[in-house]
Design a protein around this ligand. Structure first.
Ligand code: AMP
Ligand code: ZN
Length: 112
């Protein structure tokens, strides 16, 4: 998608603080972190949200979720972390390219 911000990040057209990349996924620091560690885990394929996911994306979704604990541990979240997938305007989604928030650390613990 030409004007999708996460597609642009995945294509390297917009800079990001990247923490992981492979052929299918990219992960980078959220530009407005709400906790000490706040990573966005994004499939490179433009899928708008979970609403658009069909069984053809089953493997990709599995890879996405399996990457979350790996990234969390690499970021030092050894005691645990939180994941969030906002779906649709009613779910608070602002960027309409599927992504998983992976976050944790001091600030998020204070909120719970
Ligand atoms: P959501 O509400 O789930 O769609 O969240 C979108 C997230 O993307 C927000 O937490 C934003 O801070 C984050 N975000 C938007 N633009 C960028 C960017 N260029 N680099 C990193 N994170 C971004
Ligand atoms: Zn996109």
């Amino acid at each position: 998608m030409d004007d999708c911000i996460f597609c642009k990040i995945a294509r390297g057209e917009i800079p990001c603080k990247k923490v992981y990349e492979d052929d299918d996924l990219i992960a980078f620091h959220d530009i407005h972190p709400i906790s000490k560690v706040h990573i966005l885990l994004v499939p490179k394929l433009h899928i708008e949200s979970l609403f658009e996911c069909t069984s053809q994306y089953q493997e990709l979704l599995g890879r996405l979720l399996l990457m979350a604990p790996r990234l969390a541990l690499e970021q030092g979240l050894t005691k645990g972390f939180r994941t969030m997938i906002n779906t649709g305007k009613g779910g608070g989604q602002e960027v309409f390219h599927l992504h998983v928030h992976v976050f944790g650390g001091a600030a998020i613990l204070e909120k719970t």
